[in-house]
Design a protein around this ligand. Sequence first.
Ligand code: ADP
Ligand code: AMP
Length: 217
Amino acid sequence: MLIVIMGPPGAGKGTQAEKLAKEFALPHISTGDIFRSAVKEGTEMGKKAKEYMDKGMLIPDEIVIGIVKERLSKPDCSAGVLLDGFPRTVEQAEALDEVLDELQLKISAVVNVDVHEEELIGRLTGRRVCRNCGATYHLKFNPPKVRNICDHCSGELYQRSDDTIDTVKERLAIYQKQTFPIIEYYEHQDLFKNIDGARDIDAVFADLADHLKKTKD
Ligand code: ADP
Ligand code: AMP
């Protein structure tokens, strides 16, 4: 089962993808996580990626597509995968179709977590992430048991440098311009399902899981 989870920044893609990956036993591939790891490791690609990420801009398609292609070619993806944060442009969506053709894989479903802009700003500016394991929290909507400490690994929580109000606004504008048009691309292929993401985490998850259980491999 190959699932694409999409939606604007802060919609809850990562939160839901983590739960869905467990439920459906699929590898969770988040391009945002891949780039943040590269930044942390200080690789050449990470240094380049950071310049775009800090401004809230998308990383150029040729870099992203190469990385996803390599990741999808690994053996653990042959039975299915959960893609989070990719594709983000029509060019990436087209490239994904080509890569999947080569690998003889097919998208099973594209789910869009739909949340209005005002809610997104509150979610992104209140987001906190574990420096150690990457688990995501929210100061108000999903706080850790102990302030600033990860429930899972006791790591320290931090605020992503692109979760400040100005960068958030830039990311939302870029989403509208570059990513939103993909919805039409997938609607044409009859793969698309909108899910109301402006509800609590468990309610959104129940809807997503219900839809995906009905989706054939
Ligand atoms: P994305 O991966 O789409 O950018 P995240 O999953 O990181 O979004 O969620 C953004 C923020 O909103 C996080 O702080 C997360 O804890 C919080 N969040 C996620 N889903 C919900 C929800 N349904 N209701 C309230 N807050 C949520
Ligand atoms: P995310 O964790 O999904 O919010 O992504 C964080 C940042 O990583 C984005 O603002 C982009 O700069 C970069 N990024 C992640 N995925 C992609 C992608 N598919 N295409 C281009 N840039 C990406």
